[in-house]
Design a protein around this ligand. Structure first.
Ligand SMILES: *Cc1c(COP(=O)(O)O)cnc(C)c1O
Length: 452
């Protein structure tokens, strides 16, 4: 190891506290220092190359060093790096909003910018709450969320979260929400089987709305894939049913596409698979192609209009973040949209998804693979101790991490979710890199779970 890597590792261990990381364990290892990127690859300070198998935690879309995005950022920095969006605007913020409305599901009209996914979720929750107040239904103050749902780590987002491991510690700080069952078919919380269940989890959600709609502001969920919950994929028809329930009971539908947006599921947005338009669409992560922080809460004219009034009525949405609509982030995002066009990304993706689905069938034959699920290029491979009983591996075995550590030796960077091995490559990953990713993952799972 070079002296430089050693020095950086020492600084890191002495001064940095890493997110979602047990630092006691981290301190025992020598940190990997990622300092370069090229296409679907990341390069560490020792010159090792790794396939970016989870898109740098689900953000990267077209790979690293994408000319369209690189140049957009450089050009913008030469003009202006930041100015506020409170009461004034900047060119990339205005142009990007127009471009986003063009690609968003029909009916979405207004873009509210924030920085991170969690902030955009907070915006959606507060907007929904204030919307009903201004529609003279101030008793509609509660939210319906899903078990296994994840919407970020700020307190509002955690209040509508459904992952006990991340969320239960903070319970005393949270507001109460209604929780509908997760659409987790492999371990159905209702003990039913698809398709004979007739999507009973959506019926349960409908029941909550039928009984409590007078106090419910909105339903919030991740369409098609509960990502952080373990890459859980919903059955077809679920989303449409939820939209119908929301319409029937006059409840807003917030779709959090922070993870699923920008091609991940095979279409630009996951809700397009069922022609559903939400009342609010939350975007983040892939919005800038994985370059810079930027998020958006995109809503309908109907929601927007409820906030219009004379100054002294104070119907204003009193919420904003310092870097909202940052011009460099917005320029990066426009570069990302341009790359979608230039590389015909969504079209090119279809063959890769087909390849993935064919290959994933092989994984199902492995002795300790209980469930293999995907929507587009979002993949979850759930490892189990016992396939018959679906008994999970004990946490102390860290089976997901064993797989990731082996994959790293073969030049693939993964980050599992417990016992679920996650594949979420850049949407624009070249076919040959995708092949390597899949093959290394297969042999790593086999080696970790079967010993060879
Ligand atoms: C990652 C994620 C968030 C939070 O985004 P941050 O930018 O990490 O705050 C919210 N919702 C979903 C579905 C996510 O996957």
């Amino acid at each position: 190891m070079s002296d430089r890597t050693k020095k950086l590792g020492a600084y890191d261990k002495e001064f940095v506290w890493h997110p979602f990381t047990q630092m006691k364990e981290y301190e025992e290892k020598s940190p990997v220092v990622i300092e370069g990127g090229e296409g679907a690859y990341l390069i560490d300070s020792e010159g090792n190359k790794y396939i970016d198998g989870v898109s740098s935690l689900w953000v990267n879309i077209h790979g690293h060093k994408v000319p369209e995005i690189d140049n957009a950022i450089k050009d913008q920095v030469d003009k202006l790096s930041h100015s506020t969006l409170l009461g004034v605007t900047n060119p990339p913020a205005a142009e990007l909003a127009k471009d986003l409305i063009e690609i968003c599901p029909e009916g979405l009209k207004k873009v509210f910018y924030s920085g991170d996914g969690a902030s955009a979720v907070e915006v959606a929750l507060k907007m929904a709450f204030q919307y009903w107040k201004q529609k003279d239904k101030p008793e509609k103050v509660k939210f319906v969320c899903l078990g296994n749902g994840y919407h970020g780590d700020t307190l509002g987002a955690v209040s509508v979260g459904g992952i006990d491991l991340f969320h239960s510690t903070f319970k005393p700080l949270l507001f109460e929400s209604f929780q509908a069952p997760s659409y987790y078919c492999y371990r159905c919380p209702l003990n039913k089987e698809y398709p004979s269940c007739d999507i009973a989890c959506a019926t349960e959600l409908d029941k909550i709305l039928s009984e409590h709609n007078d106090e419910i502001a909105a339903v919030i969920l991740e369409p098609y894939v509960q990502a952080a919950g373990g890459m859980i994929v919903s059955p077809e028809g679920y989303l449409k049913k939820v939209r119908e329930s929301c319409d029937k009971y006059d409840v807003l539908l917030i779709l959090d596409e922070v993870a699923t947006g920008f091609g991940r599921t095979g279409k630009m947005f996951a809700c397009e698979h069922e022609d559903v338009t939400p009342d609010m669409l939350v975007l983040g992560k892939g919005l800038t192609g994985g370059y810079l922080p930027l998020s958006a809460t995109i809503t309908t004219q109907e929601v927007y209009d409820a906030f219009l009034g004379d100054y002294e009525e104070f119907k204003t949405f009193f919420h904003g973040h310092s870097y909202a609509g940052n011009p460099v982030s917005c320029a990066a995002s426009m570069g990302n949209l341009k790359a979608f066009e230039n590389y015909n990304t969504l079209h090119e993706l279809q063959d890769k998804v087909q390849f993935l689905e064919d290959e994933l069938k092989e994984f199902g034959g492995l002795k300790h693979v209980g469930d293999v699920r995907n929507k587009g290029a979002m993949v979850g491979i759930e490892l189990v101790q016992d396939k018959e009983t679906k008994e999970p591996y004990a946490p102390e075995l860290k089976m997901g991490w064993k797989v990731a550590d082996l994959a790293m030796e073969d030049g693939v960077l993964l980050r599992p979710l417990g016992n679920v091995v996650v594949l979420m490559p850049p949407v624009g990953i070249p076919m040959e890199d995708l092949k390597k990713l899949v093959h290394v993952t297969y042999s790593s799972i086999k080696k970790a779970t079967e010993g060879s």
